[in-house]
Design a protein around this ligand. Sequence first.
Ligand SMILES: [Ca+2]
Length: 413
Amino acid sequence: MKEIGTSLGMLMTGVTLVVFSCSSSVQEDTNGSSIDSTYAPVETKAPNTDYKPAFEGQTRVAGVKTTTPYEVKVLTEGLNRPWGIAVLPDGRFLITEKGGTLRIAAADGTLSEPISGLPPVNDAGQGGLLGITLDPDFSNNRMVYWSFSENTADGTLTAVAKGRLADNERTIEGARVIYRATPAHRSNLHYGSRLLFDRTGNLFVSTGERSDIVTRPQAQDLNSALGKILRITPEGKPAPGNPFEGRSDVRPEIYSYGHRNVQGLAFHPITGDLWETEFGPRGGDELNLVQPGKNYGWPVITYGLEYSGKKIGDSIQQHEGMEQPVYYWDPVLSPSGMTFFKGNSIPEWENNLFIGGLSSVHIARLVIKDNKVVGEERLLTGEAQRFRDVQQGHDGALYAVTDGGRLYRIGKK
Ligand SMILES: [Ca+2]
């Protein structure tokens, strides 16, 4: 209830402030179309730190409001801790459930029985059956790829597996693990776990640094798979053309490093660039444009604090050789799955980024122009749901799942 009250308060603040937001009252979105009003930033709470952004527009940009009427429907509340959505060619949804099950949801919200045949997961803490994506040739080979937290003798790790969705859709056939993000660690936190095929047929996989003080520095360690974005072949080998290919002192599956816990991956529809979101600690959630071989800074630079309120490391936010986030949140969004909106069924949404927020209990809409965030809106603030993934259906609408078991459809009215 607290969140709902806050969002109403912000709405009123925004309406009040639009009157004197004259100097930048017209912006262009990524398509060149106008956004006719600029509102106050959606965040009104005090930040956790007094850190200064590296550039204007890196946090708390102007608010925007969707003007095209859209409707929000709860298609089902019957999912059990859903985590990731893959859109099937026929428009239905293949959805992971954290406890280790996979289900298909029809467009009307009807759920299949749990699909069996997946290897066991450790669903303690943040672990479980997590990210999912379809083979680019799924229509012919029915292959599915997923990530999960796997038990090993040395603790748990993020593993990537693949298998064939049986013709009767009741099982996954021939499931096998193709990649393990080692080292394992005795923690149940920060597994990363989004999966995304690129245009060359190789698979991006995000990991986390497992949260503990002892594993955190491995985000900077090029001989560890923790705190990375990896790029592997469909057989789990390092993908050809990776930035550290040929270097014997680096794991060749690494694509970028210095990440904390990446739960959002998406390609920009126009530029084709890879974008990611990751959890910061207390403050400092980030949106990054991912470039090969680059260092994204964790835990050396951060806009956040330890959960205890202590400073992290040397308490610096910028460092040569380390990339700045395109955007950051303080207080946090808790960004999970995300997608760019393709098409113009809701014209002002075209090429905007939609990010599921967990603790913030809303979906963040970001307007991005020239690789900078120029507008932010909070959607579904009244739902009081932790949004775990957002994907776009073949009908052009957005579909989102929540930790509470809901599947939403958000589309043109
Ligand atoms: Ca960073």
